[in-house]
Design a binder for this molecule. Structure first.
Ligand code: PSU
Ligand code: MN
Length: 310
């Protein structure tokens, strides 16, 4: 073991702006970085990352995009750091919970998934996190046992994730079953249906419905009051156009991945880039729109106080 690893100033670096907001009890919203490196192509990824931060700011909150930079877990990135991740794209390591420690030890850059972003957000004291889609149960789970660590993380880490549902390539009913088993509260904002990422309609009923961010905040407070350690999943229906056509492309891409023997963590980046290509980037436009929408929706209804760190 080299001396460098032992003397490194771990564990996490919290950006000054984020640190001050947290210390003052002001609302902070965590954002993930895998969506930047693996979820979207350059330069739409950088632009979206910056615009989502701006939306969070416009609503009186402080954004904290989370990633691992040269082995240092960072809560809150500079524009230069965001640019490094956006340019490097899929060559950056995709880090879920299990990858965090090794990326630190190897001084690697790491883009954090929902699971890893939750881990680091919680360490920094952030309770709310906005993203595009979370991981879940894959449609070919019977063959692959591919179930995202995002589900396990939602079961064990008290961070509320606001998304457009689960990734379009997943099995929605099975994912909701797995979340139920894991003890994760799941609710849709303003709809009885759980959304299908690109479209508001999945054909599956949401386990619960809420009408406002205030109601979500009240549930977070209740959970905190009991000392429950699980997170929550809030689904915001994506109303951007073209949902059904994009879903057809999802089916095609899934078939291609199967034919080409693509498995494990390579599946998501492969499918997303194929879906973007097959839909002439309509899926990308929809994806950008829904991420921004989720960053915005987390505060519909209440004033900033409703989201203060408790
Ligand atoms: N949804 C997208 N694009 C993405 C992801 C989700 O539209 O890139 C990422 C998120 O970071 C999510 C991760 O946490 O994929 C889940 O990956 P896996 O299934 O390998 O756990
Ligand atoms: Mn997986």
């Amino acid at each position: 073991m080299g001396a460098g690893a032992a003397t490194r100033a771990w564990p996490i670096c919290v950006k000054e702006e984020v640190r001050q907001a947290l210390a003052a009890g002001k609302p902070v919203v965590a954002l993930e970085s895998t969506i930047i490196s693996h979820g979207m192509p350059w330069p739409a990824n950088l632009q979206t990352g910056l615009e989502v931060e701006e939306i969070v700011r416009e609503h009186g909150c402080t954004p904290a995009t989370i990633a691992i930079m040269e082995g240092m877990p960072c809560v809150g990135l500079t524009q230069e750091q965001l640019e490094v991740l956006a340019k490097a794209g899929t060559s950056v390591r995709k880090c879920s919970r299990r990858d965090i420690a090794l990326a630190m030890a190897q001084k690697a850059h790491g883009a954090t998934t929902v699971a890893a972003t939750m881990v680091l957000a919680h360490l920094a004291g952030i309770q709310v996190f906005a993203t595009g889609g979370t991981g879940g149960v894959h449609r070919d789970v019977a063959d692959t046992m591919d179930i995202s660590a995002d589900i396990t993380e939602l079961a064990r880490t008290p961070v509320t994730v606001v998304s457009a549902g689960v990734k379009s390539i997943l099995d929605v009913p099975r994912t909701l079953e797995a979340l139920e088993t894991a003890g994760v509260p799941v609710m849709t904002l303003g709809s009885d249906e759980f959304p299908a990422f690109f479209s508001p309609a999945s054909g599956t009923r949401a386990p619960a419905r809420v009408e406002s961010a205030e109601e979500v905040a009240a549930a977070i407070h209740a959970s905190n009051a009991l000392g429950l350690t699980n997170g929550m999943l809030v689904a915001v229906p994506n109303l951007a156009p073209g949902g059904e056509e994009i879903e057809a492309a999802v089916q095609t891409a899934l078939r291609e991945a199967h034919e080409q023997g693509i498995t494990g963590r390579e599946v998501t980046p492969f499918l997303l880039s194929r879906i973007h290509a097959l839909t002439g980037n309509a899926s990308l436009r929809s994806n950008v729109a829904l991420v921004k929408n989720n960053a915005r929706e987390r505060r519909r209804g209440p004033g900033p106080t409703a989201w203060r760190q408790q």
